[in-house]
Design a protein around this ligand. Structure first.
Ligand code: HEM
Length: 188
């Protein structure tokens, strides 16, 4: 799926990010955004304790904290629209380019949601109904983001496997790429 309008609708249908919850994210932004630096710091501290994840972070944690904080803030401040879907596709592609395993994204989002749960109950502990609504909204927008990043990563990994297999086939068969392309076009 490449049409950004269809993409965002698809992700909203699955994640449950309704117009009401989307508006709520903006409504609570002034109360939540002052705490996002803490969420980001705890997120990277935790990721860094996982040896297989830490090797991707080596030497660039400060830069990543900045990028990550901007992204987190955007969840509460910008429209979750076709442009957002395209951005999340790009972020997915960035992680494919560093060969990040897809399960790291799922694990990372679980860590983030855990950080948010702690934060929300700490800040709004006198209002359980508000906590539940905030967490529903955050859950929905993080699931939507994860879905879009994974869709792009899955497609990139699939295409790179096909490209590698073709390369292997051309080497084994001795067929030139031009001949292969001509044959493939003839069979379209
Ligand atoms: C919740 C999941 C994650 C989100 C939302 C996220 C978000 C981002 C964003 C917004 C960028 C900047 C993208 C760009 O400039 O195009 C980025 C880059 C990066 N992320 Fe993540 N990230 C996630 C998980 C991870 C994990 C688990 C790791 C490693 C353990 C990681 C390592 C990196 C690295 C190394 C870059 C820089 C890549 C480069 O500039 O070459 N990310 N991430």
């Amino acid at each position: 799926m490449t049409d950004p309008d269809k993409l965002i609708k698809y992700a909203k249908d699955f994640s449950g990010l309704t117009p009401e919850l989307e508006a709520y994210l903006k409504e609570i932004a002034p109360e939540i955004t002052p705490h996002l630096q803490t969420v980001t710091n705890s997120f990277y501290t935790h990721l860094n304790t996982i040896p297989s994840a830490a090797k991707y972070l080596d030497g660039r944690i400060d830069k990543l904290k900045n990028t990550h904080l901007n992204w987190l803030t955007s969840l509460f401040t910008r429209n979750i629209d076709a442009e957002f879907a395209q951005n999340m596709y790009k972020v997915g592609e960035t992680h494919f380019k560093i060969s990040l395993p897809v399960e790291f994204m799922v694990g990372a989002m679980a860590l983030l949601n855990d950080e948010f749960t702690r934060l929300v109950f700490k800040v709004f502990d006198d209002d359980p109904a508000k906590c539940a609504k905030i967490l529903r909204a955050i859950d929905a927008v993080s699931a939507l983001s994860l879905m879009l990043m994974l869709m792009k990563m899955e497609r990139c990994y699939r295409e790179s496997t096909i490209a590698e297999e073709l390369e292997r086939f051309l080497t084994i068969s001795g067929m030139s790429r031009t001949l292969f392309t001509n044959l493939a076009n003839a069979y379209h």
